[in-house]
Design a protein. Structure first.
Length: 261
């Protein structure tokens, strides 16, 4: 995770960002700290990446890379405003016990890649259409040695895969069908007949931008309907307030890069 120390909305690269309204920096930091404490209280180790001035979106740490079994496929950002974030993430992995691979193709890390370790022996779901290039899906498959299922996103409000789909456990997903092309919807139906289906209200409340450890599902507290759906599916919803981060177009999942050593 990376604290929102320099968090502002100075540019707009997704429909949620409004440069005319100032962000509450203190509130953003408080909410972020609460999310970090929530994860720590659930027993997770949280590593913190230092925030860098001039990189207001760095708080969305999920976009910096994608790791599977100790191998890390680095990010290459779509927009120049976020370009320099990739090197900061790369440094973190290169200094640790990771095999880091710098990408050729544009991809925004876990923003557009999800991993299901127990589906078909390890399956990667990948989004394209707004940020990540389709060529990066094939590149990720070669780097990580896992099958990559390409899914086309069609609604600009749900510009990253992690705004429209999430893994609830090692083999089960939840998603908002209308965020995907009809063919990709069919693929999702075929692979995940037991998925938890979200609706537009769930997705707009960033209810799919969640973090699950297979039991606890940490999600935006505005996504009350989604919390009930995951509870009915057998998980324990853990709502957190992240109203400020939502103004940059992200929530719980965007703020956390999951490490898969
Ligand atoms: N303002 C950021 C952007 O548009 C938000 C990124 C959200 N991150 C995510 N994993 N969906 O790039």
């Amino acid at each position: 995770m990376c604290p929102p120390e320099y968090f502002t909305i100075d540019y707009a690269i997704n429909p949620w960002m409004d440069t005319t309204v100032a962000v509450d920096a203190d509130l953003a930091l408080k909410q972020w700290q609460l999310l970090r404490d929530t994860l720590t209280d659930l027993g997770h180790a949280v590593h913190v990446l230092d925030a860098l001035s001039g990189l207001p979106d760095m708080v969305y740490a999920a976009n910096g890379a994608f790791s599977v079994d100790g191998t890390v496929y680095g990010a290459r950002f779509r927009y120049p405003q976020r370009d320099a974030e990739a090197a900061a993430h790369e440094r973190f992995y290169v200094e640790g016990p990771w095999a880091f691979v710098r990408p050729v193709h544009v991809n925004e890390g876990e923003g557009d890649f999800a991993y299901l370790p127990d589906a078909y022996g390890g399956l990667i779901l990948a989004g394209h259409g707004f940020r990540t290039d389709l060529a990066a899906h094939a590149e990720a498959q070669e780097v990580l040695g896992r099958p990559v299922i390409s899914l086309k996103l069609i609604d600009p409000a749900f510009y990253h895969l992690d705004t429209a789909l999430a893994a609830l456990d090692d083999r089960r997903v939840t998603y908002f069908p209308e965020a995907f092309s009809p063919a990709s919807r069919r693929v999702l139906r075929q692979l995940f007949p037991d998925a938890v289906i979200a609706d537009r209200a769930d997705a707009e409340a960033f209810g799919l931008n969640l973090l699950s450890d297979g039991r606890h599902v940490v999600l935006n507290n505005e996504a009350a309907g989604m919390a009930e759906k995951v509870r009915a599916a057998g998980y324990v919803p853990v709502p957190v307030e992240l109203s400020e981060l939502k103004r940059g177009g992200g929530s719980v999942k965007c703020a956390v890069a999951e490490l898969r050593p």
